[in-house]
Ligand binder design. Structure first.
Ligand code: NAD
Length: 445
């Protein structure tokens, strides 16, 4: 489950050989480290929009080195393009072209963040410039070098740019927590939530459950939620009991052996949470399986088991959570989708149906949760280095790794970071969304 090629081309001799042969040279990504500042270096905030002003003021407050124009010699850790006031395509010109010059002087692991408003607008000119902004951002993401990323924060019409989750999303994209997220727009639709008092412990006092937590991405999620301050209940099938107990120990949490396809899985999770902690705040629906076959060769058991684990169980458990007083009214649900559920994937009609189903479920469930300050979102990982992807034949696996803007697979940690962000109050204004954690994968785009 390690990417030997990545290690090789980042070693002294390997770097030289790769560069002589013109081979791809993926960079080691800038990931979260304890106590990292709000920005890794100087931030250039361009434009005079409300978004640009709000972000610049917030970053200054946090002690960051912020510039409002490019002096053509500074190197930047991040550029924020304030385009949330653009009303016609020509409005992009000044900000985008000033950013263009500065893009030649970016630090390793740099960030570009574009602020915009939703493209769904009745005025064709406004719709054009907003959609254009996201198109531009996606291209910039493909052009970033040395492990840099570009993403957009899309601010709902009528929502103040100072809303906690606008700033929360900007902070996430600036940080090492978003290392493997690139080319993605994230919609902030409400003023709900708040920024954490201690940015290192945004989940302090929260009770969380993670399904499928005995290994892989689930284990990484449990550890990350714990790191961020939550008490964690880890769930997995009885056959994985030993591994599950190890993870529970590591996160100083509790283990619940449970097959999530059981009719009463939701009730059993709630009973466990009630008994041990009194209530439940955060649910991460991570457990998932693949049973790949071309549809022409699909059998009942492959189809039914994937649907049962990946989507039907989540629907059933969510009904139980919604009906229970033990699930916090401002509870947060984060579900694992997949880029296969967005673009489809050969041999995965069952898996793609279940994961696209998750995306649909999340969008449809949002209103009921946001009514009381809660939220539901999904994360769609691309190629992540786990036991699941270790089963993919070598050549296919190598292609899947390299065909992304970051030219590498993600780590379970990268998915866990996005989930921890969506589970935090800083993301309470984000709901019904699916955030891709795929390094801007070109396959399944
Ligand atoms: P994994 O196979 O390594 O781990 C999945 C865990 O879920 C296992 O511990 C397994 O025992 C548990 N599980 C399976 N069925 C269960 C059930 N009925 N009840 C309780 N637990 C059950 O998988 P992973 O790679 O860590 O993937 C985790 C999630 O991320 C899955 O939903 C997967 O579809 C999704 N995902 C993974 C990738 C990737 O590249 N690895 C990409 C996209 C999406």
């Amino acid at each position: 489950m390690t990417d030997t090629y990545l290690d090789l081309v980042n070693s002294g001799l390997g770097k030289e050989v790769a560069s002589k042969l013109g081979l791809p040279r993926p960079s080691v990504l800038r990931r979260h480290t304890a106590g990292e500042p709000v920005a890794a270096g100087t931030v250039l905030v361009l434009g005079s929009s409300a978004g640009a002003s709000a972000v610049a003021a917030h970053l200054l407050d946090e002690g960051a080195d912020v510039r409002r124009s490019d002096d053509t010699s500074t190197t930047y850790a991040a550029i924020v393009m304030g385009l949330d006031d653009a009303t016609a395509p020509r409005d992009l010109h000044p900000v985008v072209l000033e950013a263009a010059g500065a893009l030649k002087r970016m630090d390793a692991g740099s960030r570009v963040i574009v602020l915009t408003r939703p493209a769904g607008h009745d005025d064709p000119e406004i719709a054009a410039v907003r959609a254009g902004t996201v198109g531009m951002m996606r291209s910039v993401a493909h052009e970033m070098r040395r492990g840099g990323t570009a993403n957009a924060v899309v601010i709902e019409d009528g929502l103040e740019a100072t809303a906690p989750s606008v700033l929360g999303a900007v902070r996430f994209f600036l940080s090492g927590r978003s290392a493997y997220v690139s080319g993605q727009p994230l919609l902030v639709s409400s003023a709900a939530g708040r920024l954490p008092l201690d940015p290192e412990r945004p989940l302090d006092g929260k009770i969380a459950v993670v399904t499928g937590a005995a290994r892989g991405i689930g284990a990484a999620i449990a550890k990350t939620l714990r790191r961020d301050g939550a008490q964690v209940i880890v769930v997995d099938i009885p056959a994985a009991g030993e591994q599950l107990a190890k993870v529970a120990n590591e996160v100083q949490g509790t283990a619940l052996q449970l097959d999530i396809t059981a009719e009463d899985a939701g009730e059993r999770i709630l009973a466990h949470a009630r008994q041990r902690y009194g209530w439940l705040d955060i649910v991460v629906h991570n457990a998932g399986i693949t049973r790949d076959k071309l549809l022409a060769n699909m059998d009942e058991s492959r189809w039914d088991s994937v649907m049962a684990v990946n989507i039907e169980s989540q629907l059933r458990m969510n009904r139980a959570f919604a009906a229970s007083e033990s699930f916090a009214r401002d509870g947060r649900i984060v579900c694992l989708a997949s880029t296969s559920g967005i673009a489809g994937n050969r041999g995965q009609s069952n898996y793609a149906a279940s994961k696209a189903g998750v995306i649909g479920m999340v969008a449809a469930s949002s209103a009921a949760l946001t009514e009381h300050g809660g939220s539901i979102n999904a994360v769609a990982p691309g190629f992540i280095e786990t036991d699941m992807t270790a089963k993919i034949p070598f050549l296919t696996r190598e292609v899947a790794r390299r065909l992304s803007s970051l030219q590498q697979g993600g780590l379970p940690q990268d998915v866990a970071e996005a989930i921890a962000f969506l589970a935090s109050d800083a993301a309470a204004g984000v709901s019904g969304q699916t955030l891709r954690v795929c390094g801007q994968n070109l396959v399944g785009a």
